[in-house]
Design a protein around this ligand. Structure first.
Ligand SMILES: Nc1ncnc2c1ncn2[C@@H]1O[C@H](COP(=O)(O)OP(=O)(O)OP(=O)(O)O)[C@@H](O)[C@H]1O
Length: 646
């Protein structure tokens, strides 16, 4: 700091208050910010006739002051910043009142180097506060002469301080507004959604950068235009109605999602599906609207993709099975005829009605037809008409729209849609409810149907295969089945003979099933004996091939020493002549409950263990007799709770 005193300075006591005020006003009236403070401190120094005057901004965290303007000995002190500790300024800040050291200041602050260098004798400082009393900065003067403790001087000083504080507050407020605008600007700039501001006439006043991306145009092309131009006419009407509705709501609740979204139009052509919110608010006594809008095309496409992938997965699962259908085993003339029929009808698109008793292989035949057809690369979809409740059948076959019935929250594709360009197999068609028989007839005749709850007719190209073990002509007579549907299905009837009419096929099938079962169990089996074959041939097979499959599986499980055991697996007498089973249970298909199966296995293992003297492993062990791995036998014994008696 220089110690020179400006020549123009006048003694303080000679000044008039009015002149002072005029000086302040004249010096600062037109200025703001830096220029304002510069004018203020120069005038202050002039009016009070002090060597130095300055206004600062205060930073409470660092307890430092930074000069906004510092006038000393007729020149500007640039970039002045000071730590307030141990200075008279500290007293001003901490006491938050005017502090005046009229004389001999260096005696009070002997350590204050800057005061010493400036040759300061007196100091006067006053805090600059905001409306809440927080210290924003301070204003001070120093002089090389005493500054008398006159109320008039204090009053003048306070007038300058009030002006400085007001400007400081204004600057702070301005900075805050700037900060907020920057934050809002950053928010708007980084938003992925189009944010559009509308005036009270719904004309676009402002858009964020994302709006240009969303609407694929320069945002300025939209400014000033009615927002409703950028949507379909129907949506424009809806938006107007929604805004009218919003205005009836209490303040704070004037926002909503546009139900169901809207179709937005780009100024340069094209449209896209959008989701949007509308918010109404008062701005300077005018009602403004903010629209936040998002292009949901990608999301909708992703949803479609997910839906179609789910459907595809379902189809693939079914296809996987249909790609490896068990081959139809048999060489009997009866089966040969069936195979010939399959070969003949498969390449055509004819509807096939497969008739036969339960378990004769109707599903296997349907798969074989699909596999031999040109549709083999497309889905093979099975519907078991007896397994689906009548109430759900229509939606299962034809699909439904959301809200079609209670619980139908989402759109669902039906089996006909899934089978498009492939084959649908309607198993147990005789169980289809009458009302659906009419709808099925329509698909067969016109290839079209209406999903439940939809007014849009769907067209499909599906080959229909149906099967039944009912006598449909009788069902027609009883009014259970539509004659027209029967004739439409019966384009190519294919009758599967019961197993008992397939002669040697019984033995071929038995042997094939036994070997397959033994393979999966890791066992080796001796070929079927003549005695076994005879017994199988003599049995009536009411459950047909399925029953034979189950019998052979049981025979393998209970096999001793690799020799099939039909004793427990096959009823002694044909079921038609057999007395009811002692348990009271008689399942014509020969299926065992889990409990029965376990008991059978336990008895078998116990028998082997008793015969081998409870030796498990080795040449003479029970595992060898059972054709099992010793560790498998051990774990089965543990699971079944079999222990050697003491
Ligand atoms: N000729 C055959 N060769 C090999 N396996 C067969 C043969 N016929 C049927 N099967 C097998 O027998 C079981 C029953 O066959 P399928 O389910 O096709 O009979 P279905 O007539 O459709 O029975 P349902 O009337 O009860 O629906 C299946 O495991 C099937 O693989």
């Amino acid at each position: 700091m220089s110690t020179e005193r400006p020549e123009a300075a006048q003694p303080l006591h000679a000044l008039e208050a009015d002149a002072v005020l005029r000086a302040i006003l004249q010096g600062t009236a037109t200025e703001t910010g830096h220029d304002f403070f510069a004018a203020l401190v120069r005038n202050l120094a002039d009016v009070l006739g002090t060597h130095g005057a300055w206004v600062t901004e205060y930073f409470p965290e660092s307890r430092r002051l930074r000069a906004l303007a510092f006038w000393m000995d007729g020149q500007w002190v640039k970039d002045y910043e000071v730590d307030i500790a141990g200075t008279p300024c500290e007293r001003v800040i901490d006491s938050a009142t005017l502090v005046h050291f009229p004389d001999r200041i260096l005696e009070i602050y002997p350590q204050e180097e800057e005061l010493r260098q400036a040759g300061a004798v007196s100091y006067m400082g006053v805090p600059l506060k905001d409306h809440n009393g927080a210290i924003l900065g301070h204003m001070a003067v120093i002089d090389r002469r005493p500054i008398p403790e006159e109320p008039r001087i204090h009053a003048i000083f306070q007038i300058f301080a009030a002006r400085a504080a007001a400007e400081l507050r204004r600057l702070r407020a301005e900075a805050e507004v700037r900060d907020r605008e920057e934050t809002v600007g950053r928010l708007l700039g980084s938003a992925m959604d189009a944010i559009i501001e509308l005036d009270d006439q719904l004309r676009i006043t402002r858009v964020n950068p994302a709006t240009e991306r969303v609407f694929r145009c320069g945002g300025s092309r939209m400014i000033g235009q009615d927002f409703r131009r950028f949507m379909s006419d129907e949506d424009a009407r809806r938006v107007s109605d929604l805004i009218t509705e919003l205005d009836t709501r209490p303040e704070g609740e004037r926002s909503l999602w546009i139900p169901g979204g809207l179709t937005a139009r780009c100024p340069e052509g094209g449209s896209f599906p959008a989701e949007a919110t509308l918010s109404r608010f008062e701005l300077r006594r005018r009602t403004a609207t903010t629209v936040i809008l998002r292009n949901v095309r990608d999301r909708i496409e992703a949803e479609h993709k997910i839906r179609s992938l789910t459907v595809e997965t379902e189809l693939l699962r079914e296809e996987l099975q249909s790609r490896h259908p068990g081959t139809l085993i048999g060489e009997s003339p009866a089966l040969r005829r069936v195979l010939d029929d399959i070969a003949q009808v498969a390449p055509t698109d004819a509807t096939v009605l497969i008739v036969g008793e339960t378990g004769t292989g109707k599903e296997l035949v349907a798969r074989a037809i699909h596999q031999a057809s040109q549709r083999r690369e497309r889905p093979f979809v099975i519907v078991n008409c007896a397994a689906i409740p009548a109430t759900l059948m229509e939606s299962e076959l034809f699909g439904h729209e959301p809200g079609a019935f209670t619980g139908a929250t989402k759109k669902r594709e039906g089996r006909f849609a899934l089978a498009d360009r492939g084959t649908i197999f309607l198993d147990e068609i005789g169980e289809l409810p009458l009302d659906l028989q009419a709808k099925l007839l329509r698909v067969l005749q016109e290839g079209e149907f209406d999903p439940v709850g939809s007014s849009h007719t769907k067209k499909v190209n599906v080959r229909v295969l149906a099967a039944t073990n009912r006598d449909l002509p009788t069902s027609i007579k009883e009014g259970q089945f539509r004659a027209d549907l029967y004739y439409r299905l019966n384009v190519f009837p294919l009758t599967l003979p019961p197993l008992r009419e397939r002669g040697d096929d019984i033995v071929h099938l038995a042997s094939a099933f036994a070997q397959r079962c033994a393979r999966t169990m890791g066992r080796t089996l001796a070929p079927l004996t003549a005695d076994c074959a005879g017994r199988l041939m003599r049995y009536g097979w009411p459950g047909n091939v399925r029953e034979l499959q189950n019998v052979m599986e049981r025979a393998v499980i209970t096999a001793v020493d690799g020799t099939l055991n039909l004793d427990r697996a096959l009823p002694e007498v044909p079921p038609s002549e057999a007395p009811p089973a002692s348990s009271g249970r008689q399942d014509p298909s020969g299926i065992l409950t889990a409990e029965e199966f376990e008991s059978l296995e336990r008895t078998n293992i116990l028998r082997a263990l008793e015969e081998t003297g409870w030796i498990v492993a080795g040449e003479k062990g029970a595992a060898k007799r059972l054709g099992l791995n010793p560790s498998t036998l051990a774990s089965r014994m543990k699971a079944l709770g079999i222990r050697k008696p003491r």
